[in-house]
Design a protein around this ligand. Structure first.
Ligand SMILES: Cc1ncc(C[n+]2csc(CCOP(=O)(O)OP(=O)(O)O)c2C)c(N)n1
Ligand SMILES: [Mg+2]
Length: 788
């Protein structure tokens, strides 16, 4: 199906306009309203130009409202230019590109105003996001929630060097396992990265790899001018020369221009009659137009390629392009940060018929009637349904979740019990939960949930062990109604899946409540994807277990030290480390509600859990206690007026802290025990309160931790203890100026029993007592824990 010539003409005109506007945006930011600190805006002009035609073909003609796109980070100016033409982006924001509150350097769902579907920036992640978004769409459809909404295509515009990122390969494999559909990746094959020109023949590797994973591959190499020239006498020889020309040479010739092409062609092909005539018939300008008419810059070829797809299998388009096409530094290997000079821009402005002072006018310099162009934009199928970002109602969450208590439990076990209770019921909440785990479903206690709710797959598949009547603890039946997505071991995939599930309300208009489990140390393996998911405001819950050195015999490789600090520092992620299961049940209920709150009010949730079985408190869950738990801390033993020392603990070391309190109690009368369930929320509350007071928004506002520590005498000492980096709680002394001894883990773990390791790292009861003693005056503490 060919696009009619009149339509093609409009599309090509708009693509030229997009190239102008995107380049002018960058030029403006550098030369007309430069950044106050004089920083140049690099990395955009050349990289954007590559995609002006391809993205114009997509947005102005091919895309439908239900399609969703991840745009290569450096094509942000092209994206903003397209949205500006649609009327979704303001001139003011473009003039302030990369400035404070201006259009973002990389498309951002949360910061940009112009309908960004998926944020990008860290290369590779947006690409994989589209793949997982498609799997999520399948999930929503299989659960009967698509109603009459058509299926969208999930499309990524990918840089060729971006394909080096390992997470893309991990995603490809996972997509193949799940029968991926409705996904298009368009590779901007400009054969350049940031530093260099890519390896020869890379496209062959891409082609075989994608086919291997069940994708269709469409290679768009030659534009219309080229194809017409190949049909002329001598055209075959020209085509052979183009195909054999090394990437670096082709790029260099594009930079040098038509005369250089002519010289090279003459030198290399020699005088061969028809092909020489073909070349000589063209002026230098025409020859350059011909040689730079690669498929990715030819509107007809791109429309044809996109419109030829009449199935829902995944497709990889490899579109040949020239980095910086149409600009003075096209093809130059150093052009990534290249910028046009003022003189170059003036010359180019002339060639584009743009009058000074009219640079931002939508149709300036185009030959077509403005009214016809405007009508064309209004009629673009992409805009048919108006607003594309959807929303979904909030799912009710009870104040706290129930579980079957036992006197001794670990938080990991408790997590399984809470989910099991949810799975047994028939609440709306339970029906919207989707769990996922990278091959650690059973070992993170998700088994009971999965037994009841089943695994997700588009087609039914019964558990063979069960059908063969072989006894097994777990039923692994797959069905379209299943609520657990089992992944391979790649943690990057887990977090990008969370990112996709956690945006379902905005993408599919159907809310999902995703819960991921993994081993705590492997958060670091997927950290950039976790950050990415938070950056674009996806909402999910991560249960990371086991953690710290408490998983003692596993050795140093599996012991996490830094994760509590990651939990504190990661924006958009509220992190908790409860010691007891009743706390966890409160936190999970809070978490499911927090995941659904709008904007800055809500976010994702990280639970750092443990396999250590400890004695559980028998107590009433009062509203005060509940609030303390979710705000981040509460007094497990309230300090008196003359309190000498406070022990503030987090997580699995609770028994050590309690034991130390008992032993110190013989020699020191007034000792407090502070249970810290979330160093993250405590710290965030504290900084927010100080900001409010500084800004005079709430002069008397005190944060939770300030209120908790207020009654302590000035000379009271605080011992903090956590199975993680001591800096997590070390700041508590700054709140009201108390001295602190911060205990924790700073070195890779040894193998041994929990007792051995707590002693070795100085987080056992005796170490706590020693620390308390060093902070208090008076006689030495008489009792110590006896070695066992
Ligand atoms: C994870 C990550 N590493 C490094 C970068 C810095 N960076 C930005 S673009 C780029 C090269 C991109 O080359 P390609 O994908 O071919 O895009 P092109 O500029 O050619 O369009 C690099 C290394 C980044 N954005 N993200
Ligand atoms: Mg490239």
């Amino acid at each position: 199906m060919a696009t009619e010539p009149a339509r093609l003409e409009m599309l090509s005109a708009l693509a030229r306009k997009v190239l102008w506007l995107s380049s002018w945006t960058i030029h403006h930011a550098n030369h007309i309203r430069p950044n106050a600190d004089g920083l140049k805006v690099g990395g955009h002009q050349a990289s954007s130009a590559s995609l002006a035609t391809i993205m114009s073909a997509l947005y102005f003609s091919v895309l439908r409202p239900e399609d969703r796109v991840a745009v290569k980070p450096h094509a942000s100016p092209v994206f903003h230019a397209i949205q500006y033409l649609f009327g979704h982006q303001s001139r003011d924001k473009l003039e302030n590109f990369r400035g404070f509150k201006g259009a973002q350097s990389y498309p951002s769902r949360t910061k940009d105003i112009d309908d960004v579907d998926f944020s990008t920036g860290s290369v590779g992640l947006g690409v994989a996001q589209t793949l997982f978004a498609s799997l999520v769409q399948d999930y929503v459809k299989a659960h009967g929630w698509m109603k009459d909404r058509p299926e969208g295509r999930m499309i990524a515009l990918v840089g060729d060097a971006e394909m080096d990122e390992g997470n893309i390969f991990e995603a490809l494999l996972e997509g193949w396992k799940h029968g991926l559909r409705n996904t298009w990746w368009v590779v901007d094959y400009n054969r350049q990265s940031l530093d260099a020109v890519v390896r020869e023949g890379l496209w062959e590797k891409f082609e075989s790899m994608f086919r291997n994973f069940g994708w269709d591959v469409v290679i768009v190499k030659y534009g219309r001018l080229m194809r017409a020239a190949f049909a002329e006498p001598g055209g075959e020889a020209l085509k052979r020369w183009i195909d054999a020309c090394p990437n670096a040479m082709y790029a260099a010739l594009c930079f040098q221009g038509g005369a250089a092409f002519r010289k090279h062609l003459r030198d290399e092909i020699g005088d061969q009659g028809p092909v020489s005539q073909l070349i000589e018939r063209r002026s230098d300008g025409e020859l350059l137009d011909l040689m730079s008419n690669l498929g990715g810059h030819d509107m007809a070829s791109m429309c044809e390629a996109f419109e030829s797809i009449d199935h829902d299998r995944p497709v990889c388009f490899i579109a040949y392009t020239i980095k910086g096409v149409g600009l003075p530094f096209q093809g130059h290997k150093d052009n990534h940060a290249g910028l046009m000079t003022v003189t170059q821009m003036e010359k180019w402005r002339g060639a584009q018929n743009i009058r000074t002072g009219h640079e931002w006018e939508k149709f300036e310099g185009l030959l077509q009637e403005p009214a016809a162009l405007e009508a064309f934009l209004v009629d673009a199928p992409f805009n048919r349904d108006g607003r594309r970002r959807l929303s979904a109602p909030v799912i009710d969450v009870p104040e706290r979740l129930s579980f079957k208590p036992t006197p001794q439990m670990s938080t990991q076990q408790g997590f399984g019990l809470v989910l099991n209770e949810l799975a047994r019921g028939d609440s709306e909440l339970a029906s919207r939960i989707v769990t996922a785990s990278p091959d650690v479903t059973v070992s993170t206690n998700l088994g009971a949930w999965v037994n009841r709710r089943g695994l997700f797959a588009r087609a039914e598949k019964a558990d063979l062990f069960r059908s063969e009547k072989i006894p097994s603890t777990f039923n692994w039946d797959f069905s379209p109604k299943g609520q657990h997505i089992e992944l391979g071991i790649a943690e990057m995939n887990l977090f990008i899946l969370m990112s996709a599930l956690g945006l379902s309300h905005a993408i599919n208009g159907e809310r999902l409540l995703p819960v991921a489990t993994l081993y705590d140390p492997f958060i670091e393996r997927g950290l950039d994807a976790l950050n990415y998911a938070c950056y674009q405001d996806a909402r999910f819950m991560v249960a990371a277990t086991p953690s710290g050195i408490t998983l003692a015999p596993e050795g140093g490789a599996h012991q996490s030290i830094a994760t509590p600090l990651i939990g504190m520092a990661q924006d958009g992620l509220a992190s908790f480390e409860p010691a007891f299961v009743d706390e966890l049940a409160v936190i999970m209920a809070f978490g499911f509600a927090h995941m659904q709150r709008d904007g800055g009010e809500g976010g994702s949730v990280y639970l750092r859990l443990s396999t250590r079985t400890i004695e559980q408190p028998q107590r009433m869950m009062t509203p005060d206690l509940q609030k303390g738990i979710t705000d981040g801390a509460y007094w497990l033993r309230k300090p008196g007026e003359n309190c000498e020392a406070v022990i503030a603990y987090t997580g699995a070391v609770a028994p050590e802290a309690i034991e130390a309190i008992g032993l110190i109690g013989e020699s020191r009368r007034d000792i407090g025990l502070l249970a810290v369930t979330s160093a993250d929320r405590l710290h965030a509350g504290w900084t927010a309160a100080r900001r409010m007071r500084r800004d005079r928004r709430g002069l008397s506002h005190l944060s939770h931790i300030e209120k908790l520590l207020a009654p302590l005498p000035r000379d009271c000492g605080i011992v903090t203890v956590i199975d993680g980096h001591p800096a997590t709680l070390g700041w508590l002394g700054s709140v009201r100026g108390h001295r602190v001894e911060a205990l924790g883990v700073e070195h890779f773990g040894q193998t041994g029993s929990i007792g051995d390791l707590y002693r070795h790292h100085g987080i056992d009861a005796n170490a706590i007592i020693d620390a308390a003693e060093s902070l208090t005056t008076g006689a030495p503490v008489r009792h110590r824990k006896m070695a066992v």
